[in-house]
Design a protein around this ligand. Structure first.
Ligand code: FAD
Length: 412
């Protein structure tokens, strides 16, 4: 395997041409936060470490090099009175890596990161550098299979704050409110702890910057680092050694996380450090499917006798027009199951997939960067533009320069 860290589109183009001459496949890695082997190659691996930085800001559009981390982008945008419209729950990913797999946050009226993309600079298989607008709908959530992305232009919004209200709730109450809950606040998500009826609701409202009222630094440190990471990590380790303790410690979790309200810059509310490692599967489903999926998953966990210390996360997003987006053409809910990294995850996540399929059938689409077992034949009927995306990819990359085992499995 050859590894390179190109600095710009020209160096990427040279690497792609050299790989073509030597008959090697090429992939670019992001920050390595996908759970699938999406970036893996035994040919030429391009690292994003030097392909970073803001190239320009014009009005509400920012153009960044592909390897720029979302956190760095948010910081730079804030200096210019701008922000990303929505973000996921961490911001350590690279812009290109996050966009390539359809990374999303939550918000019934807001799309994932890919919906904010208005332009892509791509190095194609023949080594040409292209920025055609008509490639954007297909190649944005493109899994690196259409070309190497060297720069991304994103639509931003004026900087804003989020008023965060986090509360301990009963799962039954949330499921009863579910038909209207996603529309009650701009950005709604909740976490349900298996073995309990407890959930933590996070409801974030977009407010002007004048309303900033951040948590005192010591309190943010205690709650986000000590409780949500150090203590939670200890709980997971304990649960692995003594599984019988998982239900009582899960019950403690919502009490410890408790209720809090604060208002901070949007990117500081959306994203938090997540230091306890895990395996994850996440499915996009019609919103109406959420209560049945949680009820069935709960029953499955009981039946199989598993002890699961990680919560199940529920989020929403608005329909979009990116061909391979999990929200293409319909509003969605996302349901994500996690398992502590040191515990076996395969059976649990496979059973979770079975539950999702039993409830949502082929309306369920897996997150491209998270664990799933579907192949192209399973995925094709779930995406109205799947055949178009595959045909475009074949036309742009007839020799399969940008393929790897994962893209061969999921795109054919
Ligand atoms: C702790 C944690 C929290 C997460 N939170 C969320 C969340 O809130 N919401 C969500 O939707 N997902 C979430 N994810 C998943 C994560 O956002 C995605 O897997 C994302 O792709 C990771 O970005 P990355 O920069 O690490 O890319 P990588 O995982 O390194 O790569 C992802 C894909 O992009 C391709 N790629 C990267 N750069 C380029 C480029 N320049 N050109 C072409 N292809 C490229 C790679 O080849 C690969 O196929 C989370 C993951 C973790 C581990």
């Amino acid at each position: 395997m050859r590894e390179l860290a190109p600095r710009d589109a020209e160096e990427v183009a040279a690497a792609v041409r050299d790989a073509g001459r030597d008959g090697l496949p090429v992939r670019m890695a992001g920050s390595g936060h996908s759970f699938t082997a999406a970036a893996v190659t035994d040919g030429v691996l391009l690292h994003p470490t030097r392909l970073t930085g803001v190239l320009g800001i014009a009005g509400n559009r920012v153009t960044v090099r592909a390897g720029t981390r979302l956190r760095e982008l948010s910081r730079r945008l804030a200096e210019h009175g701008l922000a990303l419209e929505n973000l996921g729950d961490v911001d350590v990913q690279t812009v290109a890596g996050a966009v390539a797999t359809g990374t999303h946050g939550t918000g019934a009226r807001y799309g994932g990161l890919a919906t904010q993309v208005t332009g892509l600079e791509l190095v194609l298989a023949d080594g040409s550098v292209r920025s055609d607008p008509d490639l954007v709908p297909a190649a944005t959530v493109g899994l690196g299979a259409f070309g190497i992305v060297t720069a991304v232009t994103l639509r931003c919004v004026p900087a804003y704050a989020l008023r965060a209200v986090e509360s301990a709730e009963r799962l039954e109450d949330l499921l009863e409110r579910w038909p209207t809950l996603p529309d009650e606040t701009d950005h709604v998500e909740f976490y349900w702890w298996p073995h309990t009826r407890d959930a933590q609701l996070k409801a974030n409202t977009r407010v002007p910057l004048a309303e900033l009222a951040p948590l005192p630094r010591w309190r943010a440190l205690v709650e986000d680092e000590l409780v949500a990471n150090a203590l939670f990590g200890a709980q997971c380790r304990l649960g692995r050694r003594v599984p019988a303790l998982v239900p009582p410690t899960n019950r403690l979790a919502t009490r410890l996380l408790g209720t809090r309200t604060y208002t901070d810059l949007a990117h500081r509310v959306f994203a938090h450090p997540r230091r306890v490692r895990f395996h994850e599967s996440e499915w996009a489903v019609p919103r109406t499917a959420v209560p049945a999926i949680l009820t069935e998953l709960d029953a499955t966990i009981r039946r199989r006798g598993w002890r699961v210390s990680f919560p199940v996360e529920v989020r929403v997003a608005a329909a979009d027009d990116r061909w391979l987006s999990t929200a293409y053409g319909r509003d969605v809910a996302y349901v994500a199951a996690h398992r502590y990294v040191a515990e076996p995850h395969e059976d649990y996540l496979a059973a979770f997939a079975d539950v999702v399929h039993a409830v949502a059938g082929t309306a369920a689409r897996p997150h491209w960067g998270k664990l799933h077992r579907l192949a192209a034949a399973d995925l094709a009927p779930r995406y109205p533009r799947f055949a178009d995306a595959v045909a475009l990819r074949r036309r742009l990359d007839p020799e399969g320069r940008f393929t790897n085992p994962y893209t061969r499995r999921v795109l054919g």
